[in-house]
Design a protein around this ligand. Structure first.
Ligand SMILES: [Zn+2]
Length: 307
C-alpha cells in the first residue's frame, strides 16, 4: 500500500500522535508498509510489544526488534513523540528553527535540541544527496560569514566560500523557471573544488552556465557542456539570474546565524536551506517527507555531530 501524505496542523498533529505508541505505530507503518519484518529471521511474523523495552518480540524466533533501529531516533533518550513534534515544528517553520527555540518548545535542554536539529539536518542532506541536478544549470560562488576580528581564525574578514548550483527549465516565451539547488561550503574555490562539486551534484551532459572564471573552464573537459559568460560585475544578476535570486533568498534567510561558524557547520545550514528550497512546492507534505528522511538516515552517535 502506498503511503499517503497528509498535511497537518498542530491540533491534527496531537490527535494523530497523542502517545509514544501512536508515534511508534506510525513509524512502523511508514517504514514497513507491508508489515514489520524480523531483523533476525526475516519473517513477517506477528509481534508482541514489550512495553518497557520499546521493542517488539518476534513470535517466530523470539528475537527483540526495535522499530527505531537504524534511524536517527535510535539510542537517543528523547521520546519518539518529542522527535515527531520537533520534525513537525521544523517542517512548519519556513524560516528554519533555532536550537534554542526548539529546546523551549519541546522542553529539552539546549544540547539535546541542538543534537536533534543536527541529526535532522544530516537526514535532509542525505536525502538531497540522492538526487543530482540535470538539464540546464547555473553555477556560481558566494562568500558567507562575517568579520571575525578578535576570534581565533585570525584578523580581518574571514569568509567561507560557497559553491552554488541551481537548475532551471525553459517555459513559454523564453521564460525560465528555477528547479532545484545544491550548495557546498569549501575551503577555497579552485579547479578541484569546482570540479568535485559539479561531479557530485550535476549530471554529466548537463548544460552549465557560469561567469566564465578560469576555475569553471575545466568543466568542459569532464563531460559538462559549459557555457561561460563574460560578465561585468554588476551584470551578474542578469546573466545568471537563477543562481543570484537563490543566493539573495539565502542571504535574507539566515545570514545572522553564520557568524563565526566554520565551513562544516555552515554546511548544515546550507543543507537545510537547500532541502526546504527543493521542496518549496511540496510544503504540505514536508512533515511526512522529513520523517521518511529521518527513518532512512542511520543512527548518528553524538560525537559524530561535532566534527
Ligand atoms: Zn524472527
Amino acid at each position: 500500500m502506498r503511503y499517503q501524505y497528509q498535511p497537518l496542523n498542530l491540533v491534527e498533529f496531537f490527535s494523530a500522535f497523542p502517545t509514544q505508541e501512536a508515534c511508534e505505530y506510525h513509524l512502523i507503518r511508514v517504514r514497513w508498509p507491508k508489515g514489520m519484518v524480523c531483523s533476525k529471521c526475516g519473517k513477517e511474523a506477528i509481534y508482541g510489544r514489550i512495553h518497557l523495552r520499546r521493542a517488539y518480540q518476534c513470535r517466530s524466533c523470539r528475537h527483540f526488534n526495535y522499530p527505531t533501529a537504524g534511524t536517527i531516533f535510535h539510542k537517543t533518550r528523547t521520546s519518539l513523540q518529542r522527535w515527531f513534534l520537533a520534525i513537525f515544528l521544523i517542517a512548519s517553520d519556513k524560516r528554519g528553527l533555532s536550537a534554542l527555540h526548539l529546546s523551549k518548545q519541546i522542553r529539552v535542554d539546549y544540547k539535546t535540541a541542538w543534537a536533534m536539529l543536527q541529526r535532522i539536518r544530516h537526514a535532509m542532506a542525505k536525502r538531497d544527496a540522492q538526487y543530482k541536478l540535470s538539464g540546464s544549470v547555473e553555477l556560481d560562488e558566494m562568500f558567507i560569514g562575517a568579520s571575525t576580528e578578535g576570534k581565533k581564525r585570525g584578523r580581518g574578514t574571514e569568509q567561507t566560500p560557497v559553491l552554488v548550483a541551481v537548475s532551471f527549465v525553459s517555459g513559454k516565451k523564453e521564460k525560465e523557471y528555477m528547479g532545484f539547488a545544491k550548495m557546498r561550503a569549501v575551503k577555497k574555490i579552485n579547479k578541484e573544488t569546482v570540479l568535485k562539486f559539479a561531479n557530485d551534484t550535476v549530471e554529466h551532459g548537463s548544460r552549465v552556465r557560469s561567469d566564465g572564471l578560469r576555475v569553471y573552464l575545466t568543466l568542459e573537459k569532464y563531460g559538462f557542456a559549459h557555457e561561460p559568460l563574460t560578465i561585468k560585475k554588476r551584470k551578474a544578476h542578469i546573466m545568471l539570474p537563477h543562481v543570484h535570486t537563490y543566493i539573495s533568498n539565502l542571504r535574507s534567510f539566515v545570514m545572522g546565524t553564520f557568524h563565526g561558524l566554520d565551513e562544516t557547520h555552515i554546511q548544515h545550514y546550507l543543507d537545510e536551506f537547500c532541502y526546504r528550497f527543493n521542496r518549496r512546492k511540496r510544503y504540505p507534505e514536508l512533515f511526512d517527507r522529513l520523517l521518511l528522511a529521518c527513518l532512512e538516515k542511520g543512527e548518528i552517535p553524538f560525537p559524530a555531530l561535532t566534527p
